[in-house]
Design a protein around this ligand. Sequence first.
Ligand code: NAD
Ligand code: DAU
Length: 350
Amino acid sequence: MNSILITGGAGFIGSHLVQHFSNKYPDYKIINLDKLTYAGNLENLKDIQQSPNYHFVKGDIGDFDLVKELMEVHQINSIIHLAAESHVDRSISNPMEFVTTNVVGTVNLLNAAKACWNDNFEDKLFYFVSTDEVYGTLGETGLFTEETPYDPRSPYSASKASADHFVRAYHHTYNLPVKLSNCSNNYGAYQFPEKLLPLFINNIKHNKNLPVYGDGKYTRDWLWVVDHARAIDDVFHKGKMGETYNIGGFNEWQNIDLIHLLIEQMDEKLGRPKDTSKELITFVTDRPGHDKRYAIDANKIKTELGWEPSVTFEEGLNKTIDWYLENEAWMNNVTSGSYQSYYEQQYAKR
Ligand code: NAD
Ligand code: DAU
């Protein structure tokens, strides 16, 4: 039987993954270890909190004794590690938290896995969920492949790249069975409104300014979070040991074009005349070191594992907007309290 420790399962992607595994594999045991930082929210998991195969533990991935105890008590044979500080702007204001959680926390988990599995790695797996940002930035053309050299350029991406290197080093040095995947920008329900899409959805709804960094001509590849969870499932079950899989939506957008599409869909849903909310667009001071373009070649996972996105971007965006409009209480909860001061600090000076 699979007994899986998922870290960061109360966050955006983690909560989708926990739900996916808990629902699809009722005979697996899912242990969710999450510190419940500002980004962690048990509301995200209310649909499965009573499921017999699911168990939540509040705790820090940096706590070796806790992780070791959990692994022993629940006879964990696989770890899917997502817990992280995940927002680039916060990494620019406070890099050390990113080192502590993303680098030291990951090495702590690797050490706990190695110790608990006692160097007997048969049927064991340490799966690290990483980002396309480790590859740096692209010019007008080209795509990140699994062979693209690492060139992280923000404290966030440097911390994730460092963690990737440690995961690979434990494979090469100690034979720890590992898999990695590096994904592009996710969007969907339960995303904390510090990230572009939920922030802009919330601001459009409340007729607040839309702070577009720089000239808005930055490019990202976007993937519906449910499809990321499906991809992790495929890599977990069918991916080759020791390998990396790039995951992406085959779906590049310049920020400003994406914002126009968002405005078009939202004005229609809110019953506003077409393009009304374009007036909210405000070009603000750029993010320092802003990476120009990310684009993922996801052909390895497509051809080797048969995965591909299940929805078009227009469909995914439509579902996502509907979810935020229907779940006003969720948004109100996460934007009360410390969110207000974060917003002031982040945007007042721009
Ligand atoms: P998120 O910020 O929404 O959630 C992170 C979760 O980790 C939260 O629940 C938080 O409470 C928890 N956490 C933070 N520090 C912890 C600690 N020390 N111990 C235990 N739990 C802790 O992040 P997300 O967007 O869901 O990203 C999840 C993972 O996927 C991250 O590793 C991120 O780097 C990676 N990733 C994200 C994206 C994206 O577009 N969001 C894309 C590619 C990869
Ligand atoms: O590529 C994968 C990465 O995608 C993940 O590893 C990160 O965890 C995730 O946060 C995301 O990083 P980005 O920096 O690309 O996402 P963000 O939503 O912060 O920004 C998307 C783009 O929008 C980026 O070019 C910056 C711009 N932006 C963002 C915000 C929050 C704005 O113009 N204004 C804003 O207010």
